[in-house]
Design a binder for this molecule. Structure first.
Ligand code: NAI
Length: 257
């Protein structure tokens, strides 16, 4: 990995959904940038492996059992993180899933699972972090950073993913509201909206003829590179973004235009 553009030295970061895809990628990146990285996920066999690789590369990392749909699990994860590395000051609410299907067919249970994970899960992750940051004196240090992982489907029609898209749009608005609520508490809340990236969330579909047709319909005929997230994610997590809160950034290689 090349030298990260922004330093996260001294920061303690929690990344949810760190067992695969964007979360695992960011864990490596943040470890290389100097953060103490807490990897939160249900599949701890996987996060243990990622944490071990970060440590082998000279970083600091710890794997936590975390189910973002369960508030008790979130509180327990923050407790464990605090006793391991201290107060978490950098939170990446990344855990998410997809339940695709026509809106006329999608079972209520799938809509509920999407809501519990992609919206309530991110809500609870962010607010637990905010509570602890406020208690630790973030008002004076100004060191709180929360990044919500949205989606370009917040803006564009998402064929077969209406509930997912609407919840991501809601998440971005939640971010604006959290930013306002905590603006005097030294906590910045920003949302990054990635374009389509090849990860487990969409791999089954992306490699079908329909998936490839979608990629070919993009102006640049390609998926967004996961590395395109690196500098913006580091920026919003670092001291460099001290005066940026309530912002949104689309990183999609122009896919939604
Ligand atoms: P992924 O499927 O590899 O990662 C999602 C992670 O969230 C998985 O590790 C999964 O186990 C975890 N997760 C799901 N439910 C959880 C729960 N209840 N508790 C804890 N962890 C849970 O897919 P990807 O792409 O890395 O997704 C990360 C985020 O990026 C998601 O929020 C997704 O909606 C978003 N996103 C992804 C895009 C893409 O094209 N890959 C595009 C735009 C946004």
């Amino acid at each position: 990995m090349s030298t990260p553009r922004y330093s996260l030295d001294g920061r303690v970061a929690l990344i949810t959904g760190a067992s695969s895809g964007i979360g695992a990628h960011l864990a490596h990146l943040f470890g290389a940038a100097g953060a103490k990285v807490m990897l939160g996920a249900r599949r701890t066999d996987r996060t243990e492996g990622v944490a071990e690789a970060i440590r082998a590369a000279g970083g600091q990392a710890h794997a936590l059992a975390l189910d973002v749909t369960d508030e008790a699990s979130i509180i327990a994860a923050y407790d464990e993180a605090e006793s391991t590395f201290g107060t978490i000051d950098t939170i990446i609410a990344n855990a998410g899933l997809s339940k695709a299907g026509r809106s006329t067919d999608l079972p209520v249970s799938d809509i509920q699972t999407l809501t519990d994970t992609n919206f309530i899960g991110a809500y609870l992750t962010a607010r637990e972090g905010a509570k602890r940051l406020i208690a630790s004196g973030s008002k004076d240090t100004g060191n709180g950073r929360i990044v919500l992982v949205g989606s370009i489907t917040s803006f564009a029609h998402a064929n077969g993913d209406a509930a997912y898209a609407a919840l991501k749009a809601g998440l971005a608005h939640l971010g604006r509201n959290f930013a306002r609520e905590w603006v005097r508490q030294g906590i910045n809340v920003n949302t990054i909206h990635p374009g389509y990236i090849d990860t487990e969330i969409n791999a089954d579909w992306m490699h079908t003829d329909a998936g490839q047709a979608m990629v070919n319909s993009f102006h640049r005929r390609r998926l967004t590179s996961i590395d395109a997230l690196n500098d913006p994610m580091l920026f919003f997590s670092s001291d460099a973004s001290a005066q940026i809160t309530g912002a949104e950034l689309i990183i999609d290689d122009g896919q939604w235009l």
